[in-house]
Design a protein. Structure first.
Length: 359
């Protein structure tokens, strides 16, 4: 469609409320849709007793792929069309840092994917742990690059633009970004700590003061997340905790402060509000300036989804209403650390509840 053509408001679309969904443990588990999620999407898209359509967006801490690829997966899994215009993942806000830093270390994800995503965001000089291990095989004693990894990793000591680099210590890492879950915690931990303890990010050096490493950004801080296994699995927040703890253990007690994006950061929910506004205007022809009176956020993790929604509700002019489901990290019968406004079994019950409260 022509972006200059104003979208005519659909009379069936509601203006005063909207939904935002967490993905893992609410809509998807272990790559498969939670059956009620497919039904819930149908209700939002007009299959309800009022014949209304309800705008919605997705806000996941997950990542490791381009937003457009993840939307493609989600469209197939949920049997709807999901657009990048209604989708935020853990590393989406990292895009804003692409012009701030030159050489960055990017951690996590499958193969070369996160390097590609970072370069797609505009980062100019992306180094991965594989590149460092290729240049110095002694970096991680128990990790050998596979032939494919060796081939795909950059050759840091040859062919760098300007070519003043003859040894690893000529390279300065300006920031570390953990884009997605580490696939090899031991070598990633070693390399993150090496850089954190270096002289100002210079590879292969050691600081005498341990307070001059580059900033370290994690795309979220979930210690646990909900995958195919019946019990929640360790997430990026667990690696973050290990990095901080072992930094202290190996520097005679120095403290390392790392940063995290994603939920429960209020800035992430503010980002989501702006996206929702643009999406409501672009997709449904609703006014972009006024947010809906209520956004129902449906999540499975009290520490990120419920905590963040409640904090956003405190801060924001409009209402952010937290709904906790029992299909993911939260275990039925336990006391959630952060209390939702409503506790339901599944995402379908959450949608029904929001609609009932509004109509
Ligand atoms: O790595 C993914 C995970 O930590 C959480 O994803 O969709 O539950 O926010 P989500
Ligand atoms: Mg979740």
């Amino acid at each position: 469609t022509d972006p200059t053509t104003p979208v005519v408001a659909d009379p069936d679309v509601v203006d005063n409320f909207a939904f935002a969904f967490d993905i893992d443990g609410v809509l998807i588990r272990g790559g498969k849709p939670i059956p009620e999620a497919i039904e819930a999407m149908k209700v939002l898209n007009g299959e309800n007793e009022y014949g209304i359509k309800i705008p919605y967006i997705f806000l996941t801490n997950g990542g490791g792929k381009f937003e457009v690829e993840r939307c493609h997966d989600l469209s197939r899994q949920l049997e709807i069309d999901v657009s990048p215009g209604q989708f935020i993942c853990g590393h989406t806000p990292m895009r804003e840092f692409a012009s701030r830093y030159g050489t960055v270390l990017v951690i996590g994800g499958e193969g070369e994917k996160c390097r590609e995503v970072a370069e797609g965001y505009g980062f100019r000089d992306v180094i991965t742990p594989g590149d460092i291990m290729k240049a110095n095989e002694a970096t991680a004693p128990f990790r050998q690059l596979t032939a494919a990894e060796h081939k795909n990793s950059r050759d840091l000591l040859a062919g760098r633009r300007g070519s003043k680099v003859t040894k690893l210590s000529d390279i300065v890492i300006e920031a570390i970004f953990v884009f997605a879950d580490s696939r090899d915690w031991a070598s990633d931990l070693q390399i993150i700590l090496d850089v954190a303890q270096s002289k100002g990010g210079r590879l292969e050096t050691r600081s005498e003061t341990f307070d001059e490493g580059p900033p370290i950004y994690f795309s979220h801080s979930d210690v646990l997340w909900s995958a195919a296994h019946e019990h929640a699995r360790l997430g990026m927040g667990a690696l973050r905790n290990i990095v901080e703890t072992v930094f202290t253990d190996t520097t005679g007690g120095k403290k390392l402060n790392t940063h995290a994006f994603g939920k429960p950061q209020v800035a992430t929910f503010e980002f989501a509000t702006r996206l929702l506004q643009q999406w409501r205007a672009a997709q449904h022809g609703l006014t972009e300036s006024e947010p809906p009176a209520t956004v129902y956020f449906v999540g499975d993790t009290p520490e990120s989804d419920i905590r963040g929604t409640n904090a956003m509700n405190e801060k924001s002019k409009n209402e952010w209403y937290s709904i906790l489901v029992k299909t993911g990290v939260y275990q039925a019968g336990t006391e959630p650390k952060y209390k939702p406004r409503r506790l339901v079994d599944t995402v379908l019950d959450a949608v029904h509840w929001g609609v009932k409260r509004e109509m």
